[in-house]
Design a binder for this molecule. Structure first.
Ligand code: BTN
Length: 265
């Protein structure tokens, strides 16, 4: 079992922005929560926090993220983009494309994206992404974005409640992976794709790559919105990564991530 090491990560890092400074914890409640709490005025964007273990790992919609000791990757990065609240989804999209690129290059595993923020192998979840933002007072602009990425790497087993829906790189290939190499590759890909999204053309290309890797287009999906569950066909994603669906009455409409959850049908 290898430990996270700043030196080993930096040996494989080729970035301009991401990972300019690191902090690695043995244990923390959540790397996202930590980064959101600390004073960010003195931190440059790209500051990255990693932990061997999270005691309160967070997922979307108040869910928890399973983060056992020294087996997965739990990291959060700080961004200060010139971005409006309405466009913030592009950070999740950029992160998803980056994780797909990094995992394909380091492991050869063909992963796909489940809208909006999960990276999947077949029908099981390998990685979750959680982007949290703060808005500048009295404005529609983001003050900062904390981008959290959790990857199941060397887990050999999962608790009963997620056994059927989660997997790890090791479960797929039987290989024990060097987490430092995978961290560095994810950071390299995030750095490259983050620069892309600074202009409209680049954003469009990243959304195109996101769309190419989505696992649900053309398929029937189950949409769960609070107590309401309905079936629809996933048609496309638009430039803001909203999912365009067609319901059983033939009506076409967009859904954004909000509290909605999607299941394969
Ligand atoms: C999800 O599955 O809905 C998102 C999971 C995001 C998990 C990562 S692990 C690092 C960072 N810290 C957290 O508490 N959550 C994110």
């Amino acid at each position: 079992m290898n430990r996270l090491s700043e030196l080993e990560i930096k040996n494989n890092l080729h970035t301009d922005i991401v990972g300019n400074r690191f902090e690695i914890f043995d244990s923390i409640d959540s790397t996202n929560t930590y980064l959101k709490k600390i004073d960010k005025t003195l931190l440059d964007e790209g500051f990255t926090v990693l932990a061997e273990n999270q005691t309160g790992g967070k997922g979307r919609s108040g869910k928890s993220f399973y983060a056992p000791n020294c087996t997965g990757i739990y990291m959060s990065m700080l961004f200060k983009p010139s971005i409006k609240l309405d466009d913030i989804n592009i950070i999740t999209v950029m992160a998803a494309v980056s994780v797909v690129d990094a995992l394909k290059s380091k492991t050869g595993i063909l992963v796909s994206i489940k809208w909006v923020n999960d990276i999947m192998y077949q029908n099981k979840k390998l990685c979750g992404i959680l982007a949290e933002s703060s808005i500048k007072s009295y404005s529609e602009w983001a003050e900062y974005i904390v981008l959290g990425i959790g990857v199941n790497v060397n887990e050999t087993d999962f608790p009963d409640d997620i056994k059927e829906i989660a997997t790890s790189l090791k479960q797929i290939t039987n290989i024990e992976y060097d987490r430092n190499e995978i961290v560095a590759e994810i950071l390299n890909c995030v750095d490259k794709n983050y620069k892309f999204i600074s202009n409209t053309d680049g954003r469009k290309k990243i959304v195109d790559r996101y769309r190419e890797n989505l696992n649900m287009l053309g398929k029937q999906i189950k949409i769960i919105n609070g107590n309401d569950t309905y079936i629809a066909k996933a048609l496309d994603v638009d430039e803001n990564a909203e999912l365009i669906v067609e319901n059983e009455n033939g009506q076409i409409y967009n859904i954004n991530c909000g509290q909605i959850s999607i299941r394969a049908f």
